[in-house]
Write a protein that binds this ligand. Sequence first.
Ligand SMILES: NC(=O)c1ccc[n+]([C@@H]2O[C@H](COP(=O)([O-])OP(=O)(O)OC[C@H]3O[C@@H](n4cnc5c(N)ncnc54)[C@H](OP(=O)(O)O)[C@@H]3O)[C@@H](O)[C@H]2O)c1
Length: 289
Amino acid sequence: MRPKMAITGANGYLASLAQLYNRDAFDFVRVSRADVDYTRPVEVARHFERLDFDLCLHMAADATTAHCEGDPEGTHKVNAESAIAIAEVCRARGKRLLFVSTEQCFNAAPGAAPFSEEDEMASTTRYGQQKIEVDTWMRGHLDDYVVLRLSWMFGLPLPHVTPSPSILGNVLAALRTRTPTAFRVHERRNMTYAQRLADQLPQISELPSGVYHFASQNGRTTYESARLVARKLGATPADIDRLIVPDEETYADRPRDFRLASDKARAAGIELATFEQDVDACLGDFGWK
Ligand SMILES: NC(=O)c1ccc[n+]([C@@H]2O[C@H](COP(=O)([O-])OP(=O)(O)OC[C@H]3O[C@@H](n4cnc5c(N)ncnc54)[C@H](OP(=O)(O)O)[C@@H]3O)[C@@H](O)[C@H]2O)c1
């Protein structure tokens, strides 16, 4: 019998992709904003107390940094308090919780990248701080959980699967609309093909309890990454120079490097690669070459 996986944010990008490719592995119990109001954590807890599920993949979040800065209290309820309410129900009912965290937990971390699972987290953004709060609570209070800290994910649209903003989407938009678009020179982050997450959800769901970084490795700045993507998409050198332009200002005073080391996930059998290999894999899947 297939395990019943409660999946929150069921209509979101990563959740839709995960469901599309795992119909044989799980019976998904979809939970979305139409079912629960994440600004009311007590109601969220009640919903999960009554829900029939074996394990939960909590993906729902307001992941828009500007929303989190503009409405810190409301988004704290959605991103932190409701997530912890779900975690408390999972603990009381003996259900495993998979929580999707983020590289943004390290955007102001004191150490040096690439960050391991044990490194100290710190974030300048409310979004990152809200994720850190849940991540920390789970590690302190749960015995059976997986916290998956994702790098920036990318992919292309499929029917009923609409990608979140990504390096690939941003470069495609620059090329398609022929709009010069700035990419950060003083930022380094890993970027991962989202299909890897969908394809490996069964293995991820069975990882030993703990925190894992899920990131294909990337030595490039965001600007260099954008130029690479443009080249892979077949843009001419002249178009790349004209349309993919350097943002030299952002973080010039304090360059950001929040790349995640993913040795632990790879040692546990999860396949991750490099950003360039992931771009090739994605474009290959969609017939670009
Ligand atoms: N994409 C990335 O690069 C990335 C990187 C690191 C971590 N993550 C994390 O991965 C998860 C999924 O991300 P995603 O890219 O798939 O994002 P997404 O497409 O925005 O999906 C998130 C879903 O959460 C629900 N949601 C959004 N805002 C909400 C709100 N204010 N109140 C309640 N529910 C809300 C919605 O689903 P329903 O309408 O079904 O409720 C939404 O579709 C998030 O937790 C995000 O923080 C993503």
